[in-house]
Design a protein around this ligand. Structure first.
Ligand code: WTA
Length: 670
């Protein structure tokens, strides 16, 4: 049993001590899945007759042609050959057509608001209808065509803040370029009071990471870095002398152009490009345990159908809902549950540019009141942050529009769950604790709000088409109450198809540890009632505020410092972030650890990876606990960071005395 499984459990809630909350009675009347009987019956069908089940879901969408062969074909067993998943292969469609044109033409939703945009500053907001959105997408697609920039199969990068110009994403879905992190750039954006010059960041990236996909602006990246860069005017008239300087960025006439100028005379009509169900839709990068990010590849049909159905059932979507996910679009949550899932259902959503604490700590609650939000989806780390400010802050606002609350990104502790339930939901709103991953494309283990009795901290039961199992260290399936590795036995439509450019890594990472299964990389516990409790990562990953980071990437950043010989990074529990980063560094001979070096190291990691990865603790270590074969025993380091003295067996250590030394010098407070 991986040791982390146990450790994580101690800080989380457990089935035995927490009460069960019945599902919401008042939602039942018109709910899509009104009770557990309906759930079980649909679930069984989805597992035993997946082709029939998913074709029924698919029939709500537009297909230019039908699948040419099997609806679902796959191999999950590495011993039998190449791993692959194909869903509706041969069918042709277009995602943008399904989420915009179809809603406008077949469902008459043209004048319905697609997004209420709420800017960083409260006096900055706008709304965009389905019609407007489609027109912008078409115009932008025509701009790209005219520039001769994008053709089918191209990869495009988008680098944008949370502003409506993100419609660019759909224009690419129109060309079905694989996605990206971005392609247009904003000059600058405010996050709270901080002004960030995005164009400059992008320019740095263009220089330093030639072949990387994410965050740059180009087509067919390996061939020619940055062919064109389209820049959005976003903060015009909102800057003063002081912060205008931040936006001084070089302009390269050969590459850069303004979006509004290009859009001015572009046509509002642009026919869809028809794609195969298994053509790539986008690539999204996620941390890998070796430190090198993995480009998770999703394809057209399966992703569309699964995000659409999960959105409809998990948030029990109805046409008068106002839905708000506080996630960033650059994250999988923003792709599946701000863009594709909600738009596929014709929903009205809030798109928020800012942060929860600006200009005041009740900004979330103010926005819910302003737009009468009915379904609200956020991360446990945000809940833990906001609960610190007390209940009075919340009670000034009218939150009675809320019907369903959701969380994603990390396990939620019962204290935060109860506060969310009692204070934000006023005991009226079920909480859907949705477990999923960039790799799964959509929710895989989650409550259904009108059906599932809730246990705080448990993601509960599998969604349709998802067949989980709990394995022990030897790969044996455990029945009943059990704890072990969370794996999945068969594909659902939106499971990732590959890692971009490295199918072998895909097979090694997810399918080789236990042949025949997709290995999620999380530990889990199944209680006596069959509820699944996610206990956290069991690989070398850190989950800081719901963001996955690999220990290796933080270590690599630390060892770039000239004074550092070796570094080892582990997580330690943190009240708001869930986990925070604790580093052990060994300095080179003759170097002395000073406060300044500590600060330099923090800055280095921040610059290399991002603010989220800033270490909380840096311990100057004379040595590391290593086995005789030279492997760092991270379990021991984790215990030192957490001051857990019950070490268990450390007889395989080359020099056990180092453990006591490290304990005596451990960092108490940040
Ligand atoms: C963790 C985010 C517990 C888990 C959508 C997973 C969760 C990783 C939950 C994926 C949850 C996500 N309960 N843990 N409800 N949701 N996780 O790829 O460790 O950014 O493997 O996708 O987040 O993170 P990713």
């Amino acid at each position: 049993m991986p040791s982390q499984v146990k450790e994580k459990n101690d800080k989380g809630s457990s089935a035995e001590e927490t009460p069960t909350f019945p599902p919401s009675g008042h939602l039942k009347k018109q709910a899509h899945i009104p009770d557990m009987g309906t759930y079980r019956q649909m679930y069984n069908r989805s597992i035993h007759k997946p082709e029939e089940f998913w074709m029924e879901v698919a029939s709500e969408f537009y297909w230019k042609t039908s699948p040419s062969g099997k609806v679902l074909d796959y191999n999950f067993d590495i011993r039998k050959g190449k791993i692959f998943v194909e869903f509706m292969k041969g069918a042709t469609t277009n995602v943008c057509y399904n989420v915009l044109d179809r809603n406008i033409m077949e469902k008459n939703l043209g004048d319905k608001t697609a997004f209420y945009w709420e800017g960083n500053a409260p006096d900055n907001s706008s709304a965009i209808t389905y019609w407007d959105l489609l027109k912008q997408v078409c115009k932008f697609a025509n701009v790209l065509k005219k520039l001769g920039m994008v053709k089918k199969g191209d990869r495009v990068a988008i680098y944008l803040p949370m502003i409506p110009e993100l419609y660019a994403m759909l224009a690419f879905a129109g060309f079905s370029s694989e996605s990206l992190c971005e392609r247009i750039l904003d000059y600058g954006v405010f996050r709270g009071e901080k002004l960030i010059n995005l164009k400059q960041i992008q320019m740095k990236l263009c220089k330093s990471v030639r072949k990387v996909c994410a965050f740059t602006v180009y087509i067919n990246m390996e061939m020619h870095p940055v062919a064109n860069c389209i820049v959005v005017k976003h903060l015009q008239g909102k800057l003063n002398n002081q912060n205008e300087g931040t936006l001084q960025t070089a302009w390269n006439c050969e590459v850069d152009s303004w979006l509004d100028e290009l859009m001015m005379d572009a046509s509002e009509e642009c026919g869809p490009v028809w794609l195969d169900a298994e053509d790539p839709l986008f690539i999204l990068y996620t941390s890998g345990s070796t430190g090198k990010p993995k480009g998770v590849l999703h394809t057209v049909a399966g992703y569309l159908i699964f995000t659409a159905l999960t959105f409809k059932c998990v948030f029990d979507y109805h046409e008068d809902d106002v839905y708000w996910s506080t996630a960033d679009i650059g994250w999988i949550t923003g792709h599946s549950y701000i863009t594709y899932g909600p738009l596929a259902n014709g929903a009205t959503s809030v798109l928020f540019e800012g942060i929860p604490t600006y200009p005041h700590v009740a900004r979330f609650w103010e926005i819910i009141q302003k737009y009468k939000v009915t379904k609200f989806y956020t991360a446990p780390t945000a809940i833990r942050l906001l609960m610190k400010y007390g209940n009075e802050v919340v009670q000034k606002f009218d939150l009675t529009s809320l019907k369903i609350l959701g969380t994603v990104g990390e396990p939620i502790n019962s204290e935060a769950w109860l506060w969310y339930y009692n204070v934000i939901g006023n005991q009226q709103c079920p909480i859907v604790d949705t477990f999923w991953q960039t790799e799964t494309g959509g929710h895989v283990v989650t409550p259904l709000p009108a059906a599932t009795p809730l246990k705080p901290g448990s993601a509960s039961f599998p969604f349709f088409g998802v067949l989980p199992a709990v394995l022990n260290e030897h790969g044996e399936e455990l029945e009943g109450e059990a704890e072990g590795y969370l794996v999945f036995k068969q594909p659902w439509p939106s499971i990732m198809r590959s890692l971009y450019g490295n199918h072998e890594r895909y097979e090694n990472t997810y399918f080789s540890k236990f042949p025949g299964y997709y290995v999620a990389g999380d530990g889990c516990k199944r209680d006596k009632d069959g509820y699944i409790w996610i206990t956290g990562r069991i690989d070398d990953m850190l989950n800081v505020s719901g963001h996955l980071l690999s220990t290796a990437e933080v270590e690599a950043a630390l060892t770039e410092h000239l004074a550092v010989a070796e570094a080892a990074v582990v997580s330690r529990p943190h009240q708001v972030k869930g986990e925070c980063i604790y580093c052990f560094v060994i300095l080179k001979d003759g170097k002395k650890f000073t406060e300044q070096i500590g600060e330099e190291l923090k800055k280095l990691v921040r610059e290399k990876i991002g603010p989220i990865a800033t270490p909380d603790f840096i311990q100057n270590a004379p040595g590391l606990p290593k086995t005789r074969s030279g492997k760092i025993m991270r379990r021991v380091l984790r215990q030192i960071a957490r001051n857990e003295r019950e070490l268990g067996d450390i007889s395989t250590l080359a020099d056990p005395s180092i453990v006591e030394v490290l304990f005596s010098q451990r960092c108490e407070a940040a």
